[in-house]
Design a protein around this ligand. Sequence first.
Ligand code: CU
Length: 276
Amino acid sequence: MINLTRTNILGQSGENPNDALHWYAKAIDHMRGLDVRDPRSWGWWAACHQYEFNDPDLRAFWEATYTNAAGKQQHWVTGVKEQHDTFTDSELPYLAKCPHGSVMFLAWHRQYLLSFENMLRSIITQLGGPADWALPYWDYTTSGEANMVIPEPFLNEDSPLFYPGRVGGNYNFYKQSVESVGQVEFEEFSTKEFWSPNSVESWPHDHIHDQVGGAMGSLPTAGLDPLFYCHHANIDRLWTFWTGLGGIVEIDDLPHIRINNLSSNGQTDKMWLMSA
Ligand SMILES: [Cu+2]
């Protein structure tokens, strides 16, 4: 069995083939060239989370361009048409599934990241990368000041890790983030009655989204920014920490409708597994 370990992006330049970040960038570069309806494309995974092609401001992120290695302007996501023409009816059940503000927030993103990571690993091994590749995480909580800004490799406009329109800033999240990983009941730790302060979803999750800004600042575009997946890898890591702290899990009194929604809404890993 292969051991898969997610690594901290701190100290990874993206230039060193021994770094997870290096192969992350290579996979992104490969995925960008594929049509949004291809489950191996960058756009598909962003759309799996959420999408919106009608609003002109949001659409601009889906239509952002970059200069490819040959010096030609190319779209990050190709194949975006009108809102109702982009995907077929059989594809729609797998898209726009992010359950923010619900008790499924952490679990859904955990499976989403795992499936995304498996997909990228299959691309990375095809590109000659390591068979034990795992998603690197952005630890703005415990790595000190250097990780509380947008990490350097993501700022290089020539890198596939770049995405236009980020606002930047300095996120002094250490104290608040660690405070949120406490011994509280799961729903309180996770969402605390939908977005109120001091749940892992509102702080640091939402604050990182808002303060990075650009595509990361809106739900229907967040998955377009390569930093998004490193952010969520850290949120998933906080959940693991919380579990290790002996977090109290009481699921008996959860409304059944939420659990039922998970399967009846098509929020299964069928498509993700098929595509991995
Ligand atoms: Cu989400």
